[in-house]
Design a protein around this ligand. Structure first.
Ligand code: NDP
Length: 312
């Protein structure tokens, strides 16, 4: 009997993912029957999922061995009381490489002060202001998971001193690691650039509030490719207006798409990118989905399981 996979991630994703997934299943030696419909929920072995209203109630899928999320963030899934099956989130090299490139690119933009030259082509030769070397520019990485660690390593390879902050204490070569409230204070009070790569949970919502923005060195830069609600928007706008924060590069927002009348769009010290920091790529992520189904069929532990008690 083939393994039955219900692709519950919407029609646009179905077009994009159907062929790469079927290729990955074949390469993994799996006999899979995959459909974007589930007329008989009892027959479903695995659900490939993305939020978007295809299914809200996981209750009928009583034989489903795992729900395999296409995206890295799971904040909209972990609170669903009907989801009792094991839940795996997406970790794949394409996603990680994309995030590393986004983070390094935006850190370098601010570190080198590129905007002044890009927008200042006015015939005046200004060579008196040089950026410091990367080794003199402390960077905070809030979140030391898959994406935070990879981004931190890329920054340390360029000699940025990186201070990391995570829920559990860590030891990572060349990265000064901190945890808990005192660690956050230590990191923020020294960071000229802070990158947010935390999941959205009850504990991280509104983490970057007025008090914590005030801890940072004057003129510090915030880069947020994590989740919009990690930051208190009004506190950030006030800190930008006061000059406490020099610039914010934001990829994620409380409401997406960011409404056209949101003050972030027009603010001279805010750069909005439209949730493009890192996308799940069909070719690489299909291999991750196939590997998890192979593991499920072989009674091996699933990869990248979400701990619902932590919320990520
Ligand atoms: P991981 O789960 O691998 O890492 C999360 C990190 O955050 C861990 O280091 C974890 O600590 C830390 N953390 C969680 N809660 C807390 C807390 N309360 N206090 C301190 N640290 C905490 O996630 P990823 O690195 O894969 O992804 C991070 C986030 O990036 C995703 O949740 C998603 O929101 C976002 N994302 C954004 C994308 C975009 O395009 N903009 C694309 C993909 C992801 P510990 O190590 O102790 O568990």
């Amino acid at each position: 009997m083939p393994v039955t996979v219900f692709f519950a991630a919407g029609p646009a994703n179905w077009e994009e993912y159907r062929d790469p997934l079927n290729t990955a299943f074949a390469e993994a030696g799996l006999d899979v029957a995959m459909s974007d419909r589930a007329d008989n929920p009892l027959s479903v072995d695995y659900i490939v999922f993305a939020p978007g209203g295809i299914i809200e109630d996981f209750g009928p899928y009583v034989n489903c061995k795992a729900v395999l999320n296409l995206w890295a963030g799971v904040e909209r899934l972990v609170t669903n009381p009907t989801l009792t099956q094991p839940l795996a989130r997406m970790v794949d090299w394409g996603l990680t490489e994309g995030m590393v490139e986004y983070v390094v690119g935006h850190v370098l933009r601010h570190h080198l002060g590129m905007d002044a030259h890009i927008h200042g082509q006015d015939g005046v030769w200004r060579n008196s202001v040089l950026p410091p070397l990367a080794r003199e520019r402390p960077v905070a990485m809030l979140g030391l998971g898959e994406l935070g660690q990879a981004s931190a390593r890329a920054l340390t390879a360029l000699n940025f001193p990186v201070m990391g902050w995570s829920r559990s204490p860590k030891t990572i070569d060349s990265i000064e690691c901190h945890s808990e409230e005192a660690g956050l204070k230590h990191v923020l009070s020294r960071a000229e650039i802070a990158v947010l790569l935390l999941p959205l949970t009850d504990e991280t919502r509104d983490l970057i509030n007025a008090e914590r923005l005030a801890m940072m060195p004057k003129g510090a830069v915030i880069i947020n490719p994590g989740r919009g609600p990690l930051i208190d928007d009004n506190a950030l706008l006030a800190a930008l207006d006061a000059g406490q924060i020099g610039h914010a590069t934001l990829d994620v927002f409380r409401t997406e798409p960011l409404p056209a009348d949101h003050p972030f769009w027009a603010h001279p010290k805010v750069t909005v990118t439209p949730h493009i920091a890192a996308d799940t790529r069909p070719s690489s992520s299909s291999q991750v989905i196939a590997e998890n189904i192979r593991r499920g069929e072989a009674d091996e532990p699933f990869l990248h399981l979400v701990d619902r008690s932590r919320g990520y």
